[in-house]
Design a protein around this ligand. Sequence first.
Ligand SMILES: [Zn+2]
Length: 369
Amino acid sequence: MLTKSHIAVAQNASGRNLHVPVYTIDCGNPGPKVYIQSSIHGAEVQGNVVIYQLIQYLATSKIHGSITLVPNCNPVGTNIKAGEYTLGRFDPVNGTNWNRGYFFDEDAVNKFAKGVSETDTEQDIKASFHQYWRGLIDEKMNQSWGIPLAQRLNLSLQLLAHDADIVMDLHNGPVSSRHIYVPEYAEKEIGLFSVKHNIVIPNQFAGALDEASFCPWWTLVNHLTTKYSRSYDFNKYAFTIEMGSQEVINFEESKTDAQCILAYLGQKDIVADCAFSPRNMARYVVDLENYATLYTDFGGMVEYAAKPGSLIKRGEIMARVLNIDELDNANAVTEIAAPCDLIPILHFPSASVLSGTQLYKCFTNYRVF
Ligand SMILES: [Zn+2]
């Protein structure tokens, strides 16, 4: 059964609450809890139409567990326009990235782990950790000094996601191929998605929702495994999925994007009798430390010669930078070559750049899954 409610995530200067819709599909069958949100960065809009496609399919499907979907989860970010563009990456009041204010506290996990006894079941541990973690998020939100705009929005959403077994945060790159961030302990999950480019990330918290969702459990498992010399698995997974380029909505591609998520949920038996399966395809995998940034040392007008997702050999031209102060001599054009064999995943969206701009982000030393 599909239900819809709304939660307030911010308040504007007129004192009006800014709400986001929360769609939940729950057939009353036991099973995992899934949480999916889109557009925490306001210009990254494709996830909204993907959630639309998911709702179309899921509303008439048999679900084990529940699936919560929050489209356009940042109503502040989406509405900050400058001419044709959406400036949706940073909280305009405090300058912080909208995807860096979620809650994680390693010491708090350690404290909790100390109280777990050897005879506690994984189910018991899960239930008490959910309650404990929710309490800490509540405490953070209600501290007497107040909290910044982006963080309040993040924590309001995290209250919906904190007890989920599977979290998916739908983003877009600037001009980008589709790619996904997968935690290292869950690398085998890559085969359950149909995403060509996969980035494997360590147990390090930098403020993002996927990290805030898996770091507590990863840390807890490490503690308990060391303490009691046995393995623990809470079956917790979190992914950031980058669905193409920002400022783009594509209904046709959104069907494929939604089928990729449905196939994953089908493999987990959350969507019963799922019509979709993971595709038989080559999947490129890179460790985060080998996901390299190519900067330009020159300012000017750029042609992006290397297309996202293409295989580039060392020395091939990635970009040409035109210096309008040197048009009458041999220094008019600077070519930027690939420092090694690589796959460009995304590039800066604008053709005019300052020196020190991140031109490309690239897979280097990648492997095929
Ligand atoms: Zn993003």
